[in-house]
Design a protein around this ligand. Structure first.
Ligand SMILES: [Zn+2]
Length: 298
């Protein structure tokens, strides 16, 4: 293919930088590659473009080497790209949602990202191979990648994790970008976090509140037994030491906040409950229970 036709086809000026040339070639190669476009005309176009690109690239390199050796003439704009450092890869941002328990204890998570990855093909000079059917000589290509990560313990909602070098691959010879993971902690139905402490609601019955009991409650680390003393007042907090969040050398506590379930009982046709309540009213509070007519019974 004539150079003139080639540049016209790639829609770039002849005096473009190598970088621009590379990008335009990449675009065109993708357009006409047999994987994407399977007619005969496209295949021929792909072959023509590839051959011409290789030829132009060789010419440009040769021109540059001669200038370097003989230092004969000032370097024109076109050779700037040889002194510019290769472009590093860009960062990739992604999100993960995790349970509160995973955020406190640390967890293993998998994220799927669409990343520019290094191809691995090389020519005899150790550079990306222009004949490579995957990267067309760019040394990188885009693909879906699963990344497994171990998230640290005690990560909070809205925090980010940075995985250095796990972002998009840079140009040949340049560093990769980073993978930045934004963490969302899904609110929990059982555990509520405040600083390093964890709170749970523990609902007990009215007789249990009177008598006290030993009962199991959940913690982030598994169930544990607590003692609820007799006569406990609603909203009393029972401390469960060191069952909170480990934060450096500190360890928070868990608090079981006691709720008392006061029932509404239909005593119509069965006055056993009324009699029991009357007994409590008289013997515990030394007061008379309102007569049934004055009670609000629904
Ligand atoms: Zn390749």
């Amino acid at each position: 293919m004539e150079e003139k036709v080639f540049y016209k086809m790639l829609e770039i000026p002849k005096h473009c930088t190598d970088e621009e040339l590379k990008k335009a070639y990449y675009r065109a190669a993708k357009k006409y590659h047999p994987d994407f476009c399977s007619n005969e005309q496209a295949t021929k176009m792909f072959s023509d473009i590839s051959i011409t690109y290789k030829r132009i690239l060789e010419q440009r390199k040769k021109k540059f080497s001669l200038r370097k050796i003989f230092n004969a003439e000032p370097v024109d704009d076109n050779s700037e790209i040889y002194t510019n450092p290769p472009e590093p890869g860009t960062d990739i941002h992604t999100n993960i949602n995790m349970s509160l328990k995973d955020s406190i204890l640390g967890s293993r998570q998998r994220v799927l990202i669409y990343r520019t990855s290094r191809c691995g093909c090389t020519n005899k000079n150790g550079e990306p191979d222009i004949n490579c059917p995957v990267c067309y000589g760019l040394g990188t290509y885009k693909k879906n990648v699963n990344i497994d990560i171990n998230t640290p313990a005690n990560i909070r909602d809205g925090q980010t994790l940075k995985l250095t070098g796990k972002g998009n691959a840079g140009d040949y010879g340049a560093v990769n970008g980073d993978l930045i993971i934004h963490v969302t902690v899904i609110p929990d139905k059982t555990f509520f976090v405040k600083n390093n402490d964890i709170y749970i609601k523990k609902t007990i019955t009215f007789p249990e509140a009177v008598l006290g009991l030993r009962t199991n409650v959940p913690t982030i680390y598994g169930d544990t037994e607590i003692t609820i003393p007799p006569g406990i007042k609603p909203r009393t907090k029972i401390r469960i030491p060191e069952m909170g969040i480990v934060n450096g050398s500190e360890k928070g506590d868990e608090y079981a906040v006691i709720y008392v379930d006061i029932p509404k009982i239909d005593i119509t046709g069965d006055d056993k409950v009324y009699k029991a309540l009357q007994f409590i009213q008289k013997n515990v509070y030394n007061r008379e229970l309102p007569i049934l007519d004055k009670c609000v019974i629904s």
